[in-house]
Design a protein around this ligand. Structure first.
Ligand code: P53
Length: 474
């Protein structure tokens, strides 16, 4: 039971959750910078509470994060020590275009990512670059309304052209938008959208989604023009929805929940809006305004591969139960067959095999698992070690499930990057102590700590997994 020799093992991060250096070398302010920790975070990221500027009463985790802006050489060296074949990271838009609508890019921002890619190259690590991981320059939000505005397509196009040209020969794999379906659940984080009183939220979200979908297709077009070897992927937050019971009502509701996410990938991978979405949008009066060429662009420039995050499956029930699992942006009924993490996320390794099969059956394109992992509190013991067997167990079971999907079911899988190979700021909660890493970072929820890095037990385990190409999981 092995993987292809060229299977891409590695880890994934996002600029806003690890870089810090929020105002260095000309970087502009972004939506992700002004998301606080604590009770207001959820209202901010979902677009219900407008906090466009720093408020002195709040702590903002992204300002410093884990300061990878200054530590990236050492951090990438540690990734190399584990044997990473791939490193998924994202480009901070506001380092390249601080406001977002400038004519010329910020050279210092571009140079920073040159250095990252040079470090990767040194160790034979293939970069996998997310162009937009939840970030949007604050200037574009204040002056244009974020992705609700069609002009965003042009600004994003400029960003893509700039990075595709600059990093030609250094990067091969690109992802246009992280978790594009997150626009429905966290529209401020996903698309820089904050709602006004009385607005039709669904209409705004689907209009913004249309803009991102067209922007993604245009990016794919430009990538192919600039370098025919570029591989461009879409990315969504996956995890199949299970009906709670065999009551057809539950089954139908679960189908609808899945379609909410598939909708985006149907457009990006098959090149057209699916009928179920067209019909529903028409019924609800939320069909997006489209321009004449849009349909054609979406049809012509579909993605090369489909990337997704998988943390858990979902569960859907239609009876009036308030038995809802907390702690996740995706509302889900509690699944009695699964155990739950400290943050209330279900743990379902077989669900990964199920999800891989569902996605592959639907699209028959190469897949890439670009996020998977367990967010937990870690303890440092008296010997200064972190014995994170729970993390090893979680990952082992998920890797087994993925191995079955590849070897027994024939799913075409390019690679696997765990989320947060080094501890970083949680996107959902803003906490530092929801840790995913093989590498511990000394920093707490209030921003205290030395930022020192420390290898956990899982570090040595993952090294062995990669060395053996997934055959030694003990
Ligand atoms: P955190 C919710 C549900 C599924 C994926 O999440 C999600 C979220 C956001 O909370 O986001 C992805 O940090 C995302 C990463 C994020 C990771 O999952 O809330 O792409 O940026 O950090 C884990 O535990």
């Amino acid at each position: 039971m092995k993987f292809n020799d060229n299977f891409l093992w590695g880890g994934a991060t996002a600029a806003n959750q690890c870089e810090g250096g929020y105002n260095e070398d000309g970087r502009g302010l972004a939506n992700v910078d002004v998301c606080p920790t604590g009770k207001d975070r959820s209202a901010v990221i979902t677009g219900n509470l407008k906090m466009y500027d720093f408020d002195d009463d709040h702590f903002y985790p992204a300002k410093v994060a884990i300061d990878m802006y200054h530590n990236f050489r050492d951090d990438i060296k540690l990734f190399a020590e584990m044997g990473f074949k791939v490193y998924r990271m994202s480009i901070a838009w506001s380092r390249i275009f601080p406001n977002g609508d400038e004519e010329t890019p910020n050279e210092k921002g571009l140079a920073f990512y040159d250095e990252i890619f040079n470090e990767c190259k040194k160790y034979g690590i293939e970069p996998l670059v997310t162009i937009c991981h939840f970030d949007c320059p604050m200037y574009l939000i204040k002056n244009y309304g974020g992705w609700r505005n069609r002009k965003m397509i042009g600004f994003y196009e400029k960003l893509c052209r700039t990075v595709f040209e600059r990093y030609k020969g250094k990067v091969k794999y690109w992802i246009t938008f992280n978790e594009i379906n997150m626009i429905l659940h966290a529209p401020f984080m996903g698309a820089g959208i904050c709602f006004e009183e009385g607005e039709n939220r669904e209409k705004i979200k689907y209009q913004a989604a249309h803009h991102e979908l067209v922007a993604s297709a245009i990016a794919t077009k430009i990538a192919r023009e600039i370098d025919k070897d570029y591989k461009v992927g879409c990315m969504f937050a996956a995890g199949s929805a299970y009906p709670y019971s065999c009551n057809p009502k539950d089954v139908w509701e679960a189908t609808k929940v899945d379609r909410e996410s598939y909708f985006f990938i149907d457009v990006q991978a098959r090149g057209k809006y699916p009928n179920y979405a067209l019909k529903e949008m028409e019924r609800k009066g939320i069909t997006p305004v489209m321009e004449a060429d849009d349909i054609d662009i979406l049809r012509k420039y579909t993605v090369d591969f489909i990337a997704f995050s998988y943390y858990n499956s979902r569960c859907v029930r239609t009876d009036n139960s308030d038995d809802v699992a907390e702690g996740n942006l995706f509302a889900s009924a509690k699944n009695p067959y699964l155990s739950y993490s400290q943050w209330g996320w279900p743990i379902d390794p077989l669900g990964l095999r199920i999800t891989l099969n569902h996605i592959y059956d639907r699209y028959e394109k190469p897949l890439f698992i670009v996020e998977n992992g367990l967010g937990v509190k870690d303890e440092i013991n008296e010997n200064g070690e972190i014995e994170d067997d729970y993390r090893i167990d979680y990952l082992r079971e998920h890797i087994k499930a993925m191995r079955d999907a590849v070897n027994l079911d024939g799913v075409d899988l390019i690679g696997y990057t765990t989320w947060g190979p080094i501890d970083l700021v949680s996107a959902g909660s803003g906490e530092m102590e929801k840790r995913y890493g093989f590498i511990y970072v000394d920093r707490d929820n209030e921003g205290k700590g030395t930022l020192e890095r420390r290898r956990k037990k899982s570090f040595y385990w993952y090294k062995k997994v990669i060395e053996s190409n997934g055959s030694d999981l003990d």
